[in-house]
Design a protein around this ligand. Structure first.
Ligand code: ADP
Ligand code: GLC
Length: 491
């Protein structure tokens, strides 16, 4: 039921979206997919919470008529929400901000408070109610991760039973199966389902005393995607499925892996707005200059020819930080190497990097926190970039690194396996250093291999040139999403 021009109406639901709000790659993906669908002429509209870190005035956001002080009852909880509309910065695609200070005016985007499930159930329902009031006949409702994974069920039980969403089909993208949105079955009323619809909930989980948001998305979405072909295979196994592998295997025919794209408007050393100097494969002098400036700013006192390794990461177990506990001090002791790490997360990882900086003064810099500008500087100034992830659904920084002429050192898992090819010195093919085993010796081997390659000017030049010529642009990826949207909507 697409328009004669083949253009689709797509409602995107995301708990974070760049450049409005971000803790990780989901934000980059939600923002970019909306932007590129819009640029391609589709009626793509993004719904996201109005967190207190978002300034509606700076966005020139306007209240949507008829959507002010809308009551929403979830179990015993009563909320009032409003909807503001703004153009997505850098795109112009419409964004609808769900405003409900009782739920979103918190110190961080995500919390560990007992109403965390309510915050996103309310968001999902508010977005679907907004579609109804706006008469937005979305053909596709595209939800992301556990936060909005109840949308397919809500479409079946309520909003899809009437116009304008009667023909809507639901797509769920799994960005990270490690977060499932599990809450106590005693809070079942918080879903706001009618008594007659409760049988649609996963009964075994209910009996076991819990409700798993992501599982319901997997059960009820018309199509499932995840963010790389390898991760699509991995999550169907017990090793990576985190308890959802059986549900995923049962729906294998509906599951597709689509590698994330890179928004090269934001992440390209030819025009990066955070950098004072730009470069391309023919003019790598700019990269050397940025490294020089960065070393000075970061108070790293190594000579410019000493390789600099970069890390920009959420500091969570997923990211394989514990492999660095052994490997990094060893390699730092044995070889000339500097390290710049930026990240925030679990205290034990922050402590590790702080101690490392203390043990190797002038050679290791650690910035705890979230710092957009610094993340661009580290991508550009570094020679190597470390991502030894335990699991990695897609990963974006390795793809940014390739474009910035920064050699990725990655574990062969998920999207890292799909976007970085192991460099073969004999043939000169490949784009990075790739290791298999999740252990410290394997990471140590990979670091040493990367340093050996870096020390050989011809190999280094070849490796960097191969990486910089890779194209992970969103223009290609949106085509893969459109194929799924069209198959579902019959367009
Ligand atoms: P994940 O979503 O699992 O965190 P990705 O590699 O997909 O991993 O995306 C991470 C995104 O978040 C990248 O854009 C990266 O630059 C950014 N990022 C992560 N940590 C920080 C930080 N401390 N400061 C700034 N940006 C960060
Ligand atoms: C998740 C994953 C990451 C992925 C991102 C965007 O947070 O951890 O690998 O790139 O989502 O899809």
């Amino acid at each position: 039921m697409s328009t004669p021009s083949g253009k689709l109406a797509v409602c995107l639901l995301a708990s974070e979206a760049a450049p409005l709000s971000k803790t990780g790659g989901l934000a980059d993906v939600a923002g970019a997919l909306t932007k590129y669908l819009h640029a391609d002429g589709h009626d793509a509209r993004l719904f996201t919470p109005l967190y207190s870190s978002i300034d509606p005035a700076a966005l020139a956001a306007r209240p949507v008529a008829g959507l002010s002080g809308v009551p929403l009852a979830l179990g015993a909880h009563r909320y009032l929400f409003s909807v503001l509309e703004a153009p997505l910065p850098g795109s112009g695609a419409p964004v609808y901000l769900i405003d409900c200070p009782a739920l979103y005016a918190r110190a961080s985007l995500y919390t560990i408070e007992p109403d965390e499930h309510l915050r996103f159930i309310a968001f999902t329902r508010a977005a679907l109610i907004a579609c109804r009031e706006l008469r937005f006949g979305a053909q596709i409702v595209h939800c992301n991760d556990w936060h909005t994974a109840f949308a397919p069920l809500f479409l079946r039980t309520e909003y899809g039973r009437e116009e304008p969403l009667a023909a809507a089909r639901a797509v769920l993208t799994i960005h990270n199966i490690g977060y499932q949105g599990i809450f106590p079955a005693a809070d079942v009323a918080d879903l706001g389902l009618a008594a007659g619809d409760l049988h649609l909930l996963h009964q075994e989980d209910l009996k076991a005393g819990r409700i798993n948001a992501l599982r319901h998305g997997i059960l009820y979405a018309d199509a499932l995607t995840t963010v790389s072909p390898t991760y699509a295979r991995e999550i169907c196994t017990a090793e990576y499925g985190m308890g959802l592998e059986d549900d995923l295997r049962a729906r294998a025919a509906a599951l597709t892996g689509i590698l994330n794209g890179v928004d090269y408007d934001e992440w390209d050393p030819r025009r990066d707005r955070f950098l004072p100097v730009h470069y391309d494969p023919q003019h790598l002098g700019g990269k050397a200059e940025l490294k020089r400036q960065f070393l000075a700013r970061a108070q790293l006192r190594t000579a410019p020819e000493v390789p600099l390794a970069g890390i920009v990461s959420r500091l969570a177990a997923q990211k394989g930080i514990e492999l660095m506990f052994d490997a990094l001090p060893k390699v730092l002791e044995a070889r000339p190497l500097a390290l710049a790490a930026l990240g925030s997360g679990e205290a034990k990882y922050e402590r590790f990097f702080a101690e490392l900086a203390h043990s190797f003064p002038g050679r290791v810099m650690f910035e705890a926190g979230y710092d957009e500008a610094q993340s661009h500087w580290i991508e550009a100034a570094s020679d190597l970039f470390l991502m030894p992830s335990r699991y990695e659904p897609c990963g974006l920084n390795q793809m940014y690194s390739l474009r910035y002429g920064t050699i990725p050192v990655v574990r062969r898992t998920g999207g890292l396996a799909d976007s970085v090819q192991r460099y073969d010195a004999a043939s000169g093919s490949g784009t990075g250093v790739v290791f298999n085993d999740f252990d410290a010796p394997a990471l140590e081997w990979a670091l040493n291999t990367a340093l050996d390659l870096y020390a050989q000017p011809l190999q280094r030049a070849r490796l960097i040139a191969n990486g910089m010529s890779q194209d992970f642009s969103w223009q290609r990826r949106t085509g893969e999403y459109l194929e799924i949207y069209r198959r579902l909507s019959g367009g």
